[in-house]
Design a protein around this ligand. Sequence first.
Ligand code: FMN
Length: 190
Amino acid sequence: MQVLAFAATNSKNSINKQLVIHATDVLKSDFDTSAEIEVIDLNDYEMPIYSIDRQNEDGVHPLAQKFFDKITEADAIIISFAEYNGNYTSAYKNVFDWASRIKMAVFQDKPVMHMSASIGPNGGANVLSIADKSAPFFKADLKGSFSVGPFAEKFDQEQGVLKDADLSAKLREGVEALVDAHYANIKLAS
Ligand SMILES: Cc1cc2nc3c(=O)[nH]c(=O)nc-3n(C[C@H](O)[C@H](O)[C@H](O)COP(=O)(O)O)c2cc1C
């Protein structure tokens, strides 16, 4: 199975990226050793701020198509959201707005796991709630969702693993559900 994973942020030392990498490690080591994982960096999808005029003049930006195609190729998606002022980072919102102009169903009915991490105790729960509520509208088949905060307390940054047992269980449940959904989809198609 092909897994696409990313942190919805453009910071170089992203705590959300650490969480994403941990989730993909657990998926591959404990649930599907044949999984092929691709972790993308939103810095590689930096585009001018979306505007209807830009789109009318030049069409959809090629990087938006590239991002959309990554989702098309994936069997499951793992995203960890950084929270800026209670909402998405502008880096993610811009990529998402561009991609939504290709198709509103950006997530194309793929199984998706949402996470969020913040330095503070709220763990990015506000942005996670926004992402979770809109998942059906954008055709994300949400299989798991949890937030991690304060990150330094709940995550061992040297080992790159969650040290909180409840959160670790949620992560394992989520990745297992992604793997199960993928193999159930294959069965349905055959
Ligand atoms: C502009 C800005 C706004 C932020 N707003 C919030 C916020 O609303 N809630 C929160 O918990 N943390 C907030 N933070 C702190 C981020 O959660 C923190 O920087 C975190 O490391 C971002 O995730 P990342 O490291 O994966 O990029 C904000 C940070 C910035 C730079």
